[in-house]
Design a protein around this ligand. Structure first.
Ligand code: NAP
Ligand code: GCO
Length: 264
């Protein structure tokens, strides 16, 4: 079982003050890793540090906008000086803008692409050289159901997450010979702040229509919890997955396998 241990490893999880990133970082810590995370402002980093401390985790938090290539380069250099070379990178930071495509501005479209696709490229590019020197590395890109499926109002997000699936495969192809494995995790519908608008209780006290829709489309008949992603992430970050490369592991309760429950 030592193959699943992350002892002695330094893991960077981007955008991990809360949500899925936080849950993955917590699972990594429980597997022995040293946790480094960033968020977009000091308030969020402080919030994250307090949460990690409350969970008994001595995390290292930094302010960094993952879309800013120079800031990311400076951030990674600072981490390497203050903590050590990054062994595991999780490109988790992400945004979504739910707008019908023909109503969406090019600026909004570009912003989603910038955070959800360009940033994983920027951060991966910043950490790979040291992974090559060290002789190993793990990169995990947080993809989505929208890496495979479309739906109304998420054109930019789906384009970004579809692109992230192929960036994952390309990093795997280009850097596999250096013992760097790059894989993706495709969460299903997870109960986090990002999906809170889709689960809001209606004025009459009923569940949100989209909430009921997702329950009908998920064999597990529930939304995922961020903690459901911890184990799969530890697997992809550990030596247990050293021959897994370019794979997108869907952690979705079975959504992609299921046509959906017949309406009653
Ligand atoms: P979330 O609750 O919105 O958290 C995203 C985190 O990323 C926030 O801390 C956010 O900071 C940070 N962030 C955003 N832009 C950033 C930037 N430019 N630089 C640094 N940090 C930035 O989202 P989540 O639900 O935990 O999702 C995390 C990842 O999983 C995202 O990539 C998302 O697309 C993906 N995902 C989510 C679901 C789901 O159902 N929740 C399913 C599949 C995939 P702010 O608070 O300032 O925005
Ligand atoms: C949406 C949701 C989804 C989830 C996730 C599903 O509006 O459809 O936000 O996109 O965030 O990506 O895997």
């Amino acid at each position: 079982m030592d193959k699943f241990s992350l002892s002695g490893k330094i893991a960077l999880v981007t955008g991990a003050s809360y949500g899925i990133g936080y849950a993955i970082a917590k699972a990594f810590s429980e597997a022995g890793a040293t946790i480094v995370f960033n968020d977009i402002n000091q308030e969020l980093v402080d919030k994250g540090l307090n949460s990690y401390k409350a969970d008994g985790i001595d995390a290292h938090g930094y302010v960094c906008d993952v879309t800013d290539e120079k800031a990311v380069g400076d951030f990674v250099a600072k981490v390497e000086k203050e903590v050590g070379v990054i062994d595991i990178l999780v490109n988790n930071a992400g945004i979504i803008k739910r707008i019908p495509m023909c109503d969406m501005s090019a600026e909004d479209f570009r912003k989603v692409i910038d955070v959800d696709l360009n940033a994983p490229f920027i951060v991966s590019k910043a950490v790979i050289p040291s992974m090559i020197k060290k002789g190993h590395g793990k990169i995990i890109n947080i993809c989505s159901m929208m890496s495979e499926l479309g739906r109304e109002t998420v054109s930019a997000y789906a384009a970004a997450k579809g692109g992230l699936k192929m960036l994952t495969k390309n990093i795997a192809s280009e850097y596999g010979e250096y013992n760097i494995q790059c894989n993706g995790i495709g969460p299903g519908y997870i109960a986090t702040p990002q999906t809170a608008p889709l689960r809001e209780i209606q004025p009459d006290g009923s569940r949100h229509p989209f909430d009921k829709f997702i329950i009908s489309k998920t064999p597990a008949a529930r939304w995922g919890d961020a903690e459901d992603l911890g184990g799969p992430a530890v697997f992809l970050a550990s030596d247990a997955s050293n021959f897994v490369n370019g794979h997108i592991l869907y952690v979705d309760g079975g959504i992609l396998a299921y046509i959906g429950k017949q309406p009653q």
